[in-house]
Design a protein around this ligand. Sequence first.
Ligand SMILES: Cc1cc2nc3c(=O)[nH]c(=O)nc-3n(C[C@H](O)[C@H](O)[C@H](O)COP(=O)(O)OP(=O)(O)OC[C@H]3O[C@@H](n4cnc5c(N)ncnc54)[C@H](O)[C@@H]3O)c2cc1C
Length: 467
Amino acid sequence: MRLMEPGKRYDVAVLGGGNAALCAAITAREAGCSVLLLECAPRDFRGGNSRHTRNVRCMHDAPADVLTDRYPEEEYWQDLAKVTGGQTNEALARMTIRDTATCRAWMQAHGVRFQPSLGGTLHVSRTNAFFLGGGKALVNAYYRTAQALGVDVAYESEVVGLEIDDGRCNAVRVTRDGREHRIVARTMIAAAGGFESNLEWLKEAWGPIADNFLIRGTPYNTGHVLRMLMNAGARTIGDPTQGHCVAIDARSPKFDGGICTRVDAVSLGIVVNRDAQRFYDEGEDFWPKRYAIWGRLVAGQPDQIGYSIIDAKSIGKFMPPVYPPIRAPSVRELAIALSLDAAALETTIAQFNAAVRPGTFDHTILDDCATEGLAPPKTHWARRIDTPPFFAYPLRPGITFTYLGVVVDEHARIVLDHGAPASNMYAAGEIMAGNILGKGYLAGFGMAIGTTFGRIAGQEAARHVAA
Ligand SMILES: Cc1cc2nc3c(=O)[nH]c(=O)nc-3n(C[C@H](O)[C@H](O)[C@H](O)COP(=O)(O)OP(=O)(O)OC[C@H]3O[C@@H](n4cnc5c(N)ncnc54)[C@H](O)[C@@H]3O)c2cc1C
């Protein structure tokens, strides 16, 4: 495809090629607009972080297709208020939550298929609808739909400049095939993700420790579009160090390791740092409610490394990550294999074992297996680590996505520094997630935000074009 016919003006330019961008592009096209979607990744890597996803969190008042029981608005809202500590815009959050009651029908109408949730350590069949074939299948379905509708899709097209004057985007500058192109469109929708794959920006926010972070998703979310909007006077929201950050296998690649690198063994054993010391209660709460704090916890340890240690009793009780655990017949040999101080690890495990009180182990409830007189305590699922062989997974902080973003209103319009909404600029997805996620995370909420705001941005851009 030629990027731009001479003299052509699109109604809508969508910057990005993930879930939020595709929802926006499809919606605007169905409303009659001419739409150009600019994806900087090559076709094979299209779809940003969205291609790594598995599910979307949905409210529902009764069992609905793949969702069991009920998950009413108020419970969803309370869950969000809790994890964000109130750092959320309630109006935008409730709008998103309500939209998740109906978004599945829209998704299905545009090619997405759902499946019941799989067993594993994340018990979410009540709250989360799983995509058949995962995020890759979702993204492929949306691209097929968008192209069948007549959306122009340009791959390997990186947005490198925005001509913004007085809160109005007049043109988008794009590099493709080694040349710069100028795209003219009546409206612009920014859906280019956060800045999680921009290692320099992460270092600016976190300091040199960011060198030890791994990025779970696409290398293409560099935050350049976000930075351009900030420079052009868009109001921002969110702390640059806040985001979704989980503990992943330290052997994972720097980028794009995806879901299979997550280590879910933490609550079944203990986690020690480089000095073979424990540093947090591994059994504080159910793993789905705690997995997203472990990235930050490991980031706070010397050299940003941790080791999840279990014994033979725990094998088969968690979803195994893609890398096999490091295995040894004794704690001493495990320590040597991990290059940890063997005497220190033996002491840590001996002290832990001595503090474990008798209880009835049950990983499906907050059981009564706890330590006594140990700091930090392990408050549930504490069992002695005494049955060989012993296993370890090395852990690093794995950044999923960042929360610093542009402020939007309920029409997905980008709000400018002086408080007024931009006249023709909209945002959806990670690039504005910080409006709703000040900190913390709820599994499946990233796709909820992108689907809701992507569709709103598409509708509003179309309304602007028609006005
Ligand atoms: C491993 C993993 C698993 C996840 N699992 C889930 C899950 O199960 N459920 C859930 O809700 N969320 C999940 N998330 C989070 C979820 O992926 C995001 O919240 C969501 O996909 C964001 O959608 P988006 O469209 O805003 O961003 P993305 O899907 O990341 O899309 C951003 C797009 O912008 C493009 N882009 C960036 N810069 C430019 C530029 N300058 N020019 C042109 N294009 C550009 C990128 O190439 C990309 O296509 C997961 C994330 C990861 C990494």
